[in-house]
Design a binder for this molecule. Structure first.
Ligand SMILES: *Cc1c(COP(=O)(O)O)cnc(C)c1O
Length: 442
């Protein structure tokens, strides 16, 4: 019998999707979702819960201010900036005009975790701590949560464990926040995770378990190990609604920033948002939040490495987490460690596919080109994963498919938002190493 992939042979898949050949050949592509639709009823109901997450974070402000004084006003947020020089330099390097302005959402500077994972990770840890403290009658919902920072609570939380599987940044976020509250924390790290991330966590007293295999395996092992201990709570990157809600809060905050900057958003002058995608939770949550606010006036694109296009394959084949890049001989090896995920979240793919307007892929070379340009012309450092979004506006304006998309939607002007996802915790020596590496391509 012929080997099949989620019920079909490789050739059957290739015949069904013309784009698949290019994907397997590691070419940069744009896939447009023909089934994109506004929020359905179920999604509207989930979106209602975003407010609950927002309210909970607000309730934790006194606590956050106490233990993380570096978080301004106790609100975990990043700036939105216009990157004119970056736009010019991309146009120059690729010899391509880009329609509209380009903005950078600086989640690379999010406090505590230095990446987008600060949003979801910190939220889920805080929520779990609140639940435990409520269950044991140690707090009431009306209390000032600053008291959770006391020794009494740290001692209490030290009886409990939090575990997570990660390619690096989620581990940093959970490890740093969890140990601050007093939890025992265990991070199951995939082979892609950078050494400095493991070292930083160990210094903070986090138990780091290393795997020689990729992210999916680290999650499976972490989940299994955690299930053996009834005082252990596993933060499940592939399925967690809490993480997702923490990410989704970003949309409301972005709207505030756009309003302050007087950037109008409507159908003819839409926002195009480019979100680097690993397992899909962060871009998925932000997409739900944005679509809930702006409807069809926002176009959300995920961006994945050519060597790890897992969400793309899941969406295109509609097989979601039943399919992996390795099934098609794609190796999942990329310098974009935060996006090195071979199998996407089934939760995001199945529940929210209609909200995703399309997926771009980007090769490692172009991640380094963007890293070079952004460092040189804007003096902003972001890790390779976080550079992924910059190919979006470029390809949108360059490829026929992209141009047709703009015309079909009768778009007059575009404000592009590149979601910068990680970078500020990267040690100086690593930053210099990345920059050196990027020079090869210039
Ligand atoms: C995790 C991560 C992402 C993507 O988030 P997912 O929830 O895994 O899709 C993007 N960029 C960086 C730097 C990350 O660490």
């Amino acid at each position: 019998m012929k080997k099949t992939i989620a019920g079909k042979t490789r050739n059957e898949w290739l015949n069904e999707f013309a784009l698949l050949k290019d994907i397997i050949n590691y070419e940069e592509i744009l896939w447009l979702n023909q089934d994109s639709k506004p929020l359905n009823k179920r999604q509207k109901n989930i979106a209602k819960k975003i407010k609950e997450a927002d309210d909970r974070l607000e309730k934790f402000i006194p606590y956050i201010k106490k233990v993380f004084p570096e978080i301004k006003d106790g609100i975990i947020e990043s700036s939105l900036i216009k990157v004119v020089k970056m736009k010019d330099s991309i146009e120059d390097y690729f010899q391509q005009n880009i329609k509209g302005d380009i903005y950078l959402k600086c989640d690379n500077n999010l406090p505590v975790a230095g990446s987008i994972k600060a949003r979801g990770g910190i939220y889920e840890v805080l929520k779990h701590a609140e639940e435990l403290a409520l269950q044991h009658n140690l707090i009431r919902k009306t209390d000032n949560y600053a008291k959770l920072a006391s020794k009494k609570f740290r001692d209490f939380f030290s009886n409990y464990q939090i575990a997570v599987g990660s390619t690096g940044n989620l581990g940093l976020s959970i490890g740093i926040t969890g140990s601050k509250l007093g939890f025992k924390t265990t991070v199951h790290m995939s082979a892609d995770a950078k050494d400095w991330k493991k070292e930083l966590l160990r210094k903070k007293g986090v138990n780091v378990i290393e795997y020689k295999s990729d992210y999916s395996k680290a999650v499976v092992e972490g989940r299994r190990e955690s299930a053996r201990n009834d005082r252990s709570y596993f933060i499940d990157d592939e399925n967690s609604l809490n993480l997702f809600m923490g990410y989704a809060v970003a949309a409301k905050r972005l709207k505030k920033q756009l309003d302050m900057m007087n950037i109008k958003v409507n159908k003819r002058n839409p926002l195009f948002v480019y979100l680097p995608c690993g397992v899909g939770g962060a871009p998925g949550g932000i997409t739900l939040g944005l679509k809930n606010i702006y409807g069809e006036s926002v176009h959300c694109f995920f961006v994945e490495p050519t060597h790890a296009p897992s969400m793309l394959l899941g969406l295109m084949t509609e097989k979601h987490n039943q399919i992996s890049v390795q099934d098609f001989g794609i190796d999942n090896i990329t310098e974009a460690d935060g996006l090195a995920v071979g199998k996407p979240s089934g939760f995001i793919g199945k529940e929210f596919s209609n909200l995703i307007n399309g997926v771009f892929t980007v090769n490692d070379k172009n991640l380094f080109v963007m890293l070079h340009l952004l460092t040189k012309y804007e003096n902003i450092f972001m890790e390779p994963s976080a550079q992924a979004g910059f190919v979006g506006p470029l390809r949108l304006c360059q490829l026929n498919k992209g141009k047709e998309y703009i015309n079909r939607n009768k778009i007059k002007n575009i404000n592009h938002i590149i979601w910068g996802t990680g970078g500020s915790l990267v040690p100086q020596t690593e930053k210099e190493e990345y920059y050196l590496q990027s020079k090869v391509y210039i």
